[in-house]
Design a protein around this ligand. Sequence first.
Ligand code: ASP
Length: 316
Amino acid sequence: MWGIIATWRMAVEGITKAKEELESGGDAGNAIETAIREVEDFPYYKSVGYGGLPNEEMEVELDAAFMDGNTLSIGAVAAIKDFANPVSIAKRLAKEKVNNVLVAEGAEKFAHKEGFERKNMLTDRAKIHYRKRVKELSQEIKPYSGHDTVGMVCLDQSGKMTAATSTSGLFMKKKGRVGDSPIAGSGFYADSEVGGASATGLGEDLMKGCISYEIVRLMKEGMHPQLACETAVNHLHAELTKRRGEAGDLSVIAMNNQGEWGVATNIEGFSFAVATQKEAPTVYLTKNVDGHCIHEVASQEWLDNYMRTRMAPLEE
Ligand code: ASP
């Protein structure tokens, strides 16, 4: 059995590429890297990699992580600038015995020494979004809206599982701000003996529940990935609401080592993409109805509209 599941519609081209590798017996580490790089390289996805939205100082600072569920090795970079594929740097760091998580200049120095591709990740389109947001801020628009992390979990035919993430984090974040995405247990977790999970939404809140580890822990107790995702999201949403009066966006995906998957969210319109030995690459939309998440295959109209809006010309 093989499978790959990912947050958001933007992942579908990537998981379609990964499918080719997984079908022919490829490794879950390489397949997930292929899939995430595809998202990082596409300039019209404005929350990951090239074209990602900048921080308050108009710099694109990226976070990414990789975990090998066989060895539990983890690698991550945070607030890294000017490198094309943060996920590959994270995957390389996972091979180290120590110094697995590097930030800012330290991460850049390592990436340079290892020969990773340098690239100015700030596009003209992202600059337009930035200038528009600066204008909007004087009109009381929420400063941080406009962020989506690509997070994936992958299972290969040998039974190896991996998890990985890549993101530009919150639009207009403070310089140096790090979200959940490069934090093990919060943005991602994988254990080949159980399964893996990954999250997207408000990093500051996702971290409060170590939500990816929590989902894997619930699967280890015997829960199906769907129930594990719903239990973790509903619980964290309720706790945050009780203790703080509100909960940020929380969306999660998970797969177990049998290729069964689950998804949960506390927002409207969370999309995700999945491909397994039994299921061609498919985009779904999900919604939470009284604690249960109902997934519907995205219509052609929705898919067409998605690409149209992503690629529409931007006016200043
Ligand atoms: N979780 C990411 C962060 O807080 C953003 C997102 O997934 O939308 O950096």
